[in-house]
Design a protein around this ligand. Structure first.
Ligand SMILES: [Cu+2]
Length: 136
């Protein structure tokens, strides 16, 4: 009697164990693509969309869609043509992409909530400005 019950219990325990491993295995270790929000840099010297709202932990990828001209993303007041065009929340560090040539991109993950106002220094005077709002 017991000799037939025990293997059945063992098999059940094994199946539960396997399903637990399976569920664990489906949790992604790397950020999912949905965690990346794309902003395009256009030949019209604009960021598209100009303003976005994301959640803490998400990444923004700026893609240069302009074959003719490199563009840049900076929140650094020392790099912006007009320091008043850029700002970051308290506790955040300024960043700069350097020039991004056509077809290339730059990624930045946001871990501090708040408003980030950024600029493309070469085209700042043409109004090439953007905003990222990071919510908790
Ligand atoms: Cu630009």
């Amino acid at each position: 009697m017991f000799s037939t019950v025990r293997p059945a219990i063992f098999i059940c325990a094994t199946l539960i164990g396997l399903s637990a491993v399976y569920v664990e295995g489906t949790v992604p270790a790397a950020p999912q693509e949905s965690d990346v929000v794309v902003v395009k840099m256009t030949p019209e010297r604009t960021f598209m969309p100009e303003k976005i709202t994301i959640k803490v932990g998400q990444t923004v990828e700026w893609v240069n869609d302009d074959k003719e001209m490199p563009h840049e993303v900076t929140t650094d007041p020392n790099i912006a043509s007009d320091p008043g065009d850029v700002s970051i929340p308290d506790g955040a560090a300024p960043f700069d992409s350097r020039l991004i040539t056509g077809g290339k991109s730059f990624r930045r993950q946001f871990t501090v909530p708040g408003l980030y106002r950024y600029a493309c220094p070469p085209h700042e005077n043409d109004g090439m400005l953007g905003e990222v709002t990071v919510t908790k």
